[in-house]
Ligand binder design. Sequence first.
Ligand SMILES: [Zn+2]
Length: 77
Amino acid sequence: MKIDLRKIYRFTPMEYVAGSPLPSGGDIYYECTICNGVISSVPRIASACECGNLTGNGGEAVIKEVDKVNPVRGKLK
Ligand SMILES: [Zn+2]
C-alpha cells in the first residue's frame, strides 16, 4: 500500500548545508529530488520513493544518492 504523505502533511524546506549529515527526527522527512517522493527520516514501516533512491524500515532511512535529497519538516495539515 502506498501512502501519499503530501496529502497528510505540509512540508517546508529546512536549512541544510549540502554535504553535511542529513538531519533526522520524528517531524523530519526526506524529499527525493529525482521522483519527488517523500519518506520519513525515521520510517517505522517499510517505505520507499518511486525511483528507489530513498528506502527505509525499522526507523532507519537508506539513501542511495545523498545529493538528490532535500530534508523537509512535515506538519500535519
Ligand atoms: Zn525517488
